[in-house]
Design a binder for this molecule. Structure first.
Ligand SMILES: Cc1cc2nc3c(=O)[nH]c(=O)nc-3n(C[C@H](O)[C@H](O)[C@H](O)COP(=O)(O)OP(=O)(O)OC[C@H]3O[C@@H](n4cnc5c(N)ncnc54)[C@H](O)[C@@H]3O)c2cc1C
Length: 387
């Protein structure tokens, strides 16, 4: 395959063609169509990383103001997706339900509702009686109350990824599949290029968007990045008999259990109880935790006792110690931009990540959000962010 000199010496190299890397490329080219971008993807096909396996939830209910801000910054992208990209993505605003079974969680939800209102996010507090009247399939003996946000939604992650990929190609970015970045090349405190088995590509600006592999790639540039990979299991089951179509995304805050009903309403994606697994890239299904998982499911929705477990699949999530992403230039290394550690929210926050990273690359700063809490060196500074 002929590779032009512009591809070998682009203005910007983005490593990783998941939703974060492609969103960054898209937003750079939207703002400045003249920038040349080469994207390197180690897999031979699109969607082989975390993005392709995600369950597609888009949430606005966060206790962290920073995560709420990322959701707000991303909202227009999803709302306008169909008209911008001319592609259906099964986008459905069916709302989200967060459930509390104790005083501490209930108080936390109350505070979140007040703060979300100030941000302009519609979030309603549901006392026990109203909760159970509206969602009669929930365990009557368990939940103290909950919150509902009508903006919470579902979209098909692979459909979004494929549409953004097509747009990025159409805008002129070169995407190389089967080309793994093996080493970041430095010139003192500056970025110079990236080595791949097929040869070196040179650029003074490189974006690390390799999802769960972020720490490994950063290490080749001598940067210690506290981003760890965690296995997440998803159970595909038949829909519980009394859970109606268009049911909101349900999250039980105490156990982490979630239910995402698929658009057909015949099956549900269940998961979330494996939030305390050890870090690692092991993707095999661990059947030993299924019992805990189904116990949590039945504690939230008693009719789950009769659901049929159809299959299980796993994916890897990338996580930072404070559950906030890292967005910014690597400390002491000019031109190495990090967009990592989205902790299970990378799909819903990819539009915001793309806008912010594009600002940093094109203008050297952003006014969309206070980036202090996302700085890569915050862990070394021991400054605990608000969340
Ligand atoms: C089971 C599961 C459910 C999830 N559900 C949701 C959800 O409902 N909502 C939500 O918002 N988020 C969800 N997430 C999280 C979300 O999927 C991720 O945060 C997001 O996809 C991260 O995108 P990314 O582009 O950073 O990573 P990826 O999609 O993993 O993309 C990174 C790419 O980099 C490539 N790569 C890696 N190393 C190299 C290298 N050295 N050189 C070149 N290429 C490289 C990989 O092959 C990959 O394609 C879920 C995750 C999992 C696992």
């Amino acid at each position: 395959m002929h590779i032009s000199s512009k591809e070998l010496k682009p203005d910007i190299i983005i490593i990783g063609a998941g939703i974060i890397g492609l969103s960054i490329a898209y937003h750079i080219l939207e703002a400045d169509p003249k920038r040349s971008i080469t994207i390197l993807e180690k897999q031979k096909m699109l969607g082989m990383g975390s993005t392709g396996i995600g369950t597609g939830s888009i949430r606005h209910q966060f206790s962290s103001p920073l995560l709420r801000r990322l959701s707000l910054l991303s909202r227009d992208f999803f709302l306008n997706f169909q008209s911008t990209f001319n592609t259906p993505i099964e986008y459905l605003e069916k709302g989200g339900l967060m459930l509390a079974d104790n005083e501490v969680l209930w108080n936390q939800l109350q505070l979140t509702v007040e703060a979300a209102e100030t941000d302009g996010i519609p979030m309603k507090l549901l006392e026990q009686e109203e909760l159970l009247r509206n969602f009669s399939y929930l365990n009557r003996d368990r939940f103290q109350g909950g919150t509902f946000c009508p903006w919470d939604a579902y979209a098909d992650p692979y459909a979004v990824l494929a549409a953004v990929y097509a747009a990025v190609r159409q805008k002129g970015a070169n995407v190389h599949f089967g080309r793994e970045a093996t080493k970041i090349i430095l010139d003192g405190e500056r970025i110079k290029g990236v080595e791949t088995k097929q040869g070196t590509i040179w650029s003074p600006l490189i974006v690390n968007a390799v999802g769960p592999h972020a720490a490994q790639l950063a290490a080749t540039a001598g940067i210690m990045l506290p981003v760890q990979p965690f296995r997440r299991q998803v159970y595909v089951c038949t829909n519980p008999i009394d859970v109606p179509p268009k049911t909101p995304l349900i999250t039980d805050l105490a156990t982490g259990f979630y239910l995402h009903q698929e658009v057909s309403a015949k099956t549900v994606l269940l998961g979330g109880t494996d939030q305390y697994t050890w870090p690692g890239f092991e993707e095999g299904v661990d059947k030993s935790v299924a019992e805990d998982f189904f116990t949590a499911a039945m504690e939230a929705i008693p009719s789950a006792i009769d659901i049929k477990w159809l299959r299980t699949y796993t994916g890897i999530c990338e996580q930072t110690p404070d559950f906030l992403p890292i967005i910014g230039e690597a400390p002491g290394l000019n031109g190495f931009i990090l967009a990592n550690g989205f902790s299970g929210h990378g799909f819903m926050h990819a539009p915001a990540a793309g806008l912010i990273a594009a600002d940093l690359i094109l203008k050297g700063r952003t006014e969309r959000i206070d980036l202090n809490s996302f700085q890569p060196d915050r862990f070394a500074r021991f400054s605990l962010p608000e969340s």
